[in-house]
Design a protein around this ligand. Structure first.
Ligand SMILES: NC(=O)CC[C@H](N)C(=O)O
Length: 476
């Protein structure tokens, strides 16, 4: 695949498609069959969405397909309980220790609390906390609590979610094990409400329909500390977001949490509907859907996708960088003669009397996948760039460049070669150039560098004089 004619958003989509293709071959696992609605889904479906911290969504595959959220609802109901009662009251009822057991295990800790909110016992307890403390709760009261729950989930997703009535009816009709869990909790005095009402709420929340884009947006809302970047609305507090990320890290993927943190390192939650939600703090949200499940009840291709995202795009949460977000330190234009010296951080300044033909972007921070993605998109969408022929990108204040970010910068000519711009890169420490040599085979696994590499210069002076000579040539 050559990338020289693509802008960088299609480059990112290309990465995602590549990952999707790599995972497509695996048809192991089985769709959930404890209710007929889940047994009937097309097992071959696959969708992947990624939502950047500013709300921009990338999607490949079956991203319009709706499926039931199932256990991915658990962190959201937990968030509602935390918001409504505070952390202390919730901690008194639900632990935060990984259980190392199956999601539907009937067990509690020494204090007779469910071990964590990501297993069914903890999730049913969290749901019970959204109901009044009465032994008998009327159906209308459950309806009202559910309406509040749908509002909350919808605010996280940025669109109105609806319940799959058939799945709900089936969950309710076949939920003996969950009923056993709720009644066991009730026998311990762990539920302060009507256990049937708590179960009803739990069955309903599991039956809400979502797409991979919804999951990616919910994931990014958690990653952004509780504010949905697509709507700008705060849905829950930063401390709640931190809590969710913590329990998703230690308990989100059930047994095997240690392996998940080590090999993937993305806080996540799976559901038996085949969805997985990922949330990378401060960076992005992930939604994957593929219905065949492994023995733990996690989507086989979903898990594989997360492994690839982590390894190929450097998305492990402990990918050590100074700042996960690279920033554009300053943007300025230089005219036909000489460098503009009159700029201040973050502000645009134009040299008076000069034609704006060369635009300079100075970057700082560390260049990771999400940093490179957002910077390239901001540069790509900068309308002032249309008036320029030459773009200089200065990266002397960049410390670390991830292999994938390097290829994004080089491979797409910052997404600008395709728009007829000449791109010059000022890279005094040889970060990008050296890196490509060193990146070698690993980089090749993703995408090949296009033919139109940006010109690399080691000083600003050299880039500017090159730009000047190009302008002179252009003038003749
Ligand atoms: N892991 C899951 O997604 C389980 C959800 C399912 N509705 C249950 O309660 O058994």
């Amino acid at each position: 695949m050559t990338t020289s004619t693509e802008d960088h958003t299609s480059l990112v989509s290309g990465y995602l498609q590549h990952i999707a293709d790599q995972c497509a071959a695996d048809d192991s696992g089985r769709v959930a069959d404890y209710i007929p609605e889940l047994a009937a889904v097309d097992p071959g479906r696959y969708g992947l969405s990624l939502c950047a911290h500013d709300g921009y969504i990338y999607s490949v595959g079956d991203t319009a397909t709706e499926f039931t959220i199932q256990s991915i609802s658990k962190p959201l109901t937990y968030a509602m309980a935390l918001g409504g009662h505070g952390a202390d009251a919730v901690d008194a009822k639900i632990g935060v220790e990984p259980s190392g057991e199956a999601f539907n295990e009937i067990s509690v800790d020494a204090r007779r609390r469910p071990r964590n909110p990501m297993i069914n016992a903890g999730a049913i307890t969290a749901a019970s906390m959204l109901l009044p403390s009465e032994r008998q709760v009327a159906p209308e009261t459950v309806e009202a609590a559910f309406a509040g729950l749908v509002d909350f989930y919808s605010a996280c997703a940025g669109r109105r979610l609806v319940v799959d009535e058939q799945v709900y009816r089936s969950e309710r009709a076949t939920g003996s094990r969950n009923r056993a869990i709720a009644y066991m909790l009730d026998s311990f005095g762990a539920l302060t409400t009507d256990p049937d009402a708590a179960l009803d709420l739990y069955f309903r929340q599991c039956s809400l329909r979502v797409t991979t884009e919804d999951l990616a947006v919910i994931g990014v809302t958690i990653a952004c500390g509780g504010t949905n970047p697509r709507t700008g609305r705060r849905v829950f507090s930063r401390s709640t977001a931190q809590r969710l990320l913590s329990v998703m890290t230690t308990c989100g993927m059930y047994d095997g949490a240690g392996d998940w943190v080590t090999s993937v390192g993305i806080p996540a939650k799976s559901g038996v509907g085949g969805g997985i939600l990922g949330s990378l703090p401060g960076q992005l949200g992930i939604g994957v859907f593929s219905p065949r499940l492994d023995a733990h009840g996690n989507s086989v291709r979903g898990v594989d996708t997360c492994r690839h995202l982590s390894a190929d795009l450097g998305l492990h949460m402990f990918n050590i960088t100074r700042e996960s977000r690279v920033t554009i330190r300053s943007v300025y234009d230089i005219g036909e003669f000489g460098v503009g010296a009159e700029w201040s951080d973050g502000q645009r300044a134009y040299l008076r009397g000069c034609r704006d033909r060369v635009r300079v972007y100075e970057l700082q921070g560390d260049l990771t996948f999400s940093g490179a993605e957002s910077v390239l998109r901001r540069i790509g969408h900068d309308i002032d760039i249309d008036a320029c022929d030459i773009v200089i990108v200065e990266i002397s204040r960049i410390d670390v460049v991830d292999p994938v970010a390097r290829r994004m910068v080089l491979g797409s000519g910052l997404g600008l070669s395709a728009r007829g711009k000449q791109v010059l890169l000022v890279d005094p420490d040889g970060l990008v150039r050296e890196g490509v040599r060193r990146a070698g085979k690993r980089g090749e696994t993703l995408i090949s560098v296009g033919s139109e590499l940006p010109q690399v210069h080691s000083t600003m002076e050299s880039a500017v004089s090159h730009a000047e000579s190009m302008q002179l040539e252009g003038a003749h």
